[in-house]
Design a protein around this ligand. Structure first.
Ligand code: XLS
Ligand code: NI
Ligand code: NI
Length: 439
């Protein structure tokens, strides 16, 4: 029996199909439906983001929060944190999702000292463990908020002051402990302030070396404690810093390889971070998948007119379908899931809005998956791309791929050729039409 305290009167969300006009039902996300060999539940492993859904109340640089969460009223931090956990687990149960994700100080307000913070984290994780046992809800990943506190204004692992680096180290150790205690399946590093605001005062090379040292120490610590999960780097190009070192998937993969971290780390790709980097979601997924680094997804979307991380809930079916084509071709995610790192708008002030947002997000991914599966199976997309490269399948083209030719060989082949090079159409418009026809 699901608790009914904070989201009163809302029953567990069920799949009713696209003919349903019940706003509190899934139209496309059918957890048990098998697509491409797995149930939707297994493909997505949907997670709720503790910070957006249960902490952020809609404050922006121009005004205070508007959402006044009822679980946030107790002045005792532990009681407030327990109330928030009650609300979170009630919500996740009602959504029928299996996972949540957190930052350390989403769970409970940071204390006045490290020791006090650690004590608080221990108390709240004790409580959350009992909620996990009662509901079966699992932790997809944990992380440390090393960007909000003013001490991190010049960065955490990349701070020019060693004292701050040690503090960040202590905080990450505690966040790893909390993640392992709650059987977290993965651990995320999003470097909110790991970058610079001005190069005039920054030694970028040294800061990146420090970041790698720090990540190596964190990984070594967790492994020494028996942690078997994957570490994810979450690329983002900017905001809050002017330039973040984990700029995009390609940059992050290069960084991981440079410092020998590629076997323990994969990427957590976020839609709105991809578009902030002037890429598409499908581009970032493709870069990660090509290097076997596609670990997890932070689901949201940006706004075509705004240049910042608006973190809106996913609802763009074409964008998601194209992403799901990459997802299916890659064989899904390596250890991660689809975490709704998204927030309802500041003027969405009814508690039902949080349900509509997650229902829409899940339906968008489900629809994207169904479209992608159809396009990959029922059209000639796959063979079209294969045929486009057919000149490398045999003869000299194949020799080229296998490293058997030199630049002089290319010169000789081109010089001896008697036929003109014929234009070969890329057929983009046709492919776009076929994709749209399957939506
Ligand atoms: C912010 C990030 C953040 C990470 C976790 O832009 O997306 O929410 O996912 O620190
Ligand atoms: Ni983000
Ligand atoms: Ni994120």
């Amino acid at each position: 029996m699901v608790n009914d305290k904070y989201f009163k009167g809302i029953e567990k969300i069920q799949f009713e199909g696209k003919e349903s006009d019940n706003p509190f039902a899934f139209k496309y996300y059918n957890p048990d439906q098998v697509v491409a060999g797995k149930t939707m539940r297994e493909h997505f492993r949907f997670a709720i983001a503790y910070w957006h859904s249960f902490c952020g109340q809609g404050a922006d640089p121009f005004g205070a929060g508007t959402q006044n969460f009822p679980w946030d009223s107790n002045s005792d931090p532990l009681q407030a944190a327990k109330d928030k956990a009650d609300a979170a687990f009630e919500f996740i149960s009602k959504m029928g999702f299996d996972y949540f994700c957190f930052h350390d100080y989403d769970l409970i307000q940071e204390g006045g000292s490290l020791a006090e913070s650690e004590k608080r984290l221990e108390a709240i994780t004790d409580y959350i463990k009992t909620k996990q046992d009662a509901t079966g809800i699992k932790l997809l990943w944990g992380t440390a908020n090393c960007f909000s506190n003013p001490r991190y204004m010049n960065g955490a692992a990349t701070n020019p002051d060693f004292d701050v680096v040690t503090y960040a180290g202590a905080q990450v150790k505690m966040a790893l402990d909390a993640t392992m205690k709650l059987n977290g399946e993965n651990y995320v590093f999003w470097g909110g302030r790991e970058g610079y605001i001005s190069l005039l005062n920054t030694d970028m090379g040294r800061e990146q070396d420090h970041m790698a040292r720090f990540l190596t120490m964190a990984k070594d610590y967790a492994r020494s404690q028996g942690f078997k999960g994957t570490f994810f780097i979450e690329p983002k190009p900017m905001e809050p810093s002017k330039h973040q070192y984990d700029f995009d998937a390609a940059t992050s993969i290069g960084f991981l390889h440079k410092y020998g971290l590629q076997d323990d780390f994969k990427l957590n790709i976020e839609v709105n971070h991809a578009t902030l980097a002037q890429h598409t979601f499908e581009h970032e997924l493709t870069v990660a998948a090509n290097d076997n680094m596609l670990g997890s997804i932070d689901a949201n979307r940006g706004d075509y007119q705004n240049g910042w991380d608006t973190d809106q809930f996913p609802n763009n079916i074409e964008e998601t379908a194209r992403a799901m084509m990459v997802f299916l071709k890659a064989g899904g995610l390596q250890g991660g899931g689809v975490n709704f790192d998204a927030k309802i708008r500041r003027n969405s002030t009814d508690f039902e809005d949080l349900f509509h947002a997650h229902i829409g997000g899940a339906d968008t991914f489900a629809r994207g998956l169904l479209v992608a599966d159809k396009v990959l199976n029922d059209t000639n997309f796959t063979s079209f791309v294969q045929e486009r490269y057919a000149s490398f399948d045999a003869g000299k083209g194949s020799d080229f791929e296998q490293g058997k030719l030199s630049l002089n060989d290319l010169y000789a082949i081109a010089s001896n050729s008697t036929s003109d090079i014929k234009p070969v159409s890329g057929k983009q418009e046709l492919l776009e039409n076929i994709l749209n026809n399957h939506i």
